[in-house]
Design a protein. Sequence first.
Lengths: 428, 265
Amino acid sequence: MTELAEAKEQLTSASQQHDEPRFLLNQRLFARDLMEKLRLPRMQRFKFHDWPLIADQPLTWVSSNTDLEELAPDDEVIRVTQVGQTTVKIHIPEKLQDEGVVLTDIFTAAKNYPEIFKKNFMTAIKADENLLTAYHMAYLNAGLFLYVPKNVEIKKPIEAEIVQDNTQDQPLISHILVVADQGSKVKFIQHLTTVGKNENPANMMIELIAKDNSEIDFSSLDELGASTHTYFKRRADIGRDAHVEWAVGLMNDGDTVGDMDSELLGECGYANSKMIAVTTLNQEVGVNNRVTNHGKHTIGLINQRGVILENSELIFNGIGQIIHGAHGSKADQQNRVLIMSDKARGDANPILLIDENDVEAGHAASVGPVDPHQMYYLMSRGIPRKQAERMVIRGFLGAVLSAIPAADVRKKLVDILERKLTDGQQYQ
Amino acid sequence: MATLEVRDLHVSVKDEESKKEKEILKGVNLKMKTGEIHAIMGPNGTGKSTLSQTIMGQPGYKVTQGDILLNGESIVGMPVDERARKGLFLAMQYPAEIQGVTNAEFLRAAINARRPQDDQISVMDFIKKLDKNLELLDMSQKMTERYLNEGFSGGEKKRNEILQLLMIEPTFAILDEIDSGLDIDALKVVSKGVNSMRGDNFGSLIITHYQRLLNYIVPDTVHVMMDGQIVETGGPELAKKLEDEGYAGLRDELGLDIKLVDDED
């Protein structure tokens, strides 16, 4: 038997053992075939091709130690916690369940809600895009599904606590699918962390399906560990008059490469993709943040801010693309990075691909040290250099910080930031 | 009693275009004590702002000769933040805008920077002090929750500089053209703020083109600066005389061969 045939036989038995529906297994097998011919994605000015992003392991179901601190039960909070492949708990108020809101792990969704699941799963991100998307589909082992029915508005943010389990030798291949049906509104916050020190890849994908007139606010606080190599891909398909806002705080300690994609498919859609990143030690991080205007009168905004400390590298590519026919659309982007040490390396590259005349497009980019005028001003009031530097940096990152809807998550992000900056300043 | 002394100060700056060092201050001498208000007047381009920035320690200004002494200790070569903690303050002509840092947070950080770790100002004391000074300067509470100087009008920025002065309570405050761009009402408010600081433990050096500000903040001593030097020193009446006769009049009276920037060729 060939290696491929063996791998597919293994996938089949693992899928059956997991009691997965046939269509999901078929998608896995198809994707496994694709892996034979697809290559790693490419990113301008960033090399990651020698990273261990694919684990040489069969699809295995393991359970993780979920000995986490129990949070006080609170009827108002909507929270889901996953450790590795294990879903610890899902808390969703009854009222929302009665309205038809579904929040489950991804495999339960495939089994219990096959219609809506099949219609949306891996439709924004496609398995055949590159080797890592095919790998994702073939070896998917964790994830969440959220469905918000037509015209339902969920006022409190949904909080997902995702813990990568590096106490074991298991990759985390996780998929979050959010479907916001017409006219619905939802805020989703995910917090990614790692327990344990084993080296594993994390392959983290998010699909947001924003139907006509819907609104999705998606915030992410990424705090994966130093021994994790991460590939992430987050894509929103945005319908007519729909709004999607991304606010990502990329605070991973390990090497990370990722794609943010907002596809403005319907007329008058709106996407605002905000990201901040702080890199430290010998870390390498590369991000493509792309917004594509397909529909007429769509607005696509990108705002990326990065702080590069110590011996690390950070590349921000901002890609604003306006497709022919997207009359009256707007694409605007800002990519800025601060370089905080002599050894730090980084770049902010705005890329505008405009195939339509009747549009408005703009970009701004900067790479450099903290503003000396701001530093002088703060220091002239007696504030010591390092503290002044942290204040200026926090101001520089402010636009994304203030976009995160939950005060406790915002506070967490500020705390991580303070810690990273303080540690990084020791190095200078 | 504290003292601030400038001795035979020569200062150069690098011209951005020609990359050549240009001497701006050519031997300035000045001595002041707490309890005194000094004013420095002078036409455009004579080095008034250079003097204030050099005393504060702006990195772009290079001291080539002479010294600056705070209570007898040389501060040339001392970093800006350390000078501030030793009691110097500069109300700036062009304050920086800093997004993401609120005015209140900034003020607390500035106050705490000069207090020991184990004796930081309590929230209650801070708010009390802030409210008192906001009222004195006719400023709204909202200003303190806004980001530092961000989107402030020219007048708001000046008031905010004076608010910082009142909150930080330095030993010596240099006010660099605090009157520029202010209408008469704002000028009165700003003056009221500075006057409230007057006393045995505070000294101020006020830099201005115009005599008008000195009607509201009456100085003990007036210095006139031309071409990088102090050319005349006197009492408040000197400012009035300048208002009447102009800088060119004084120059001619002193028999100085100096070209004023605003002179017609």
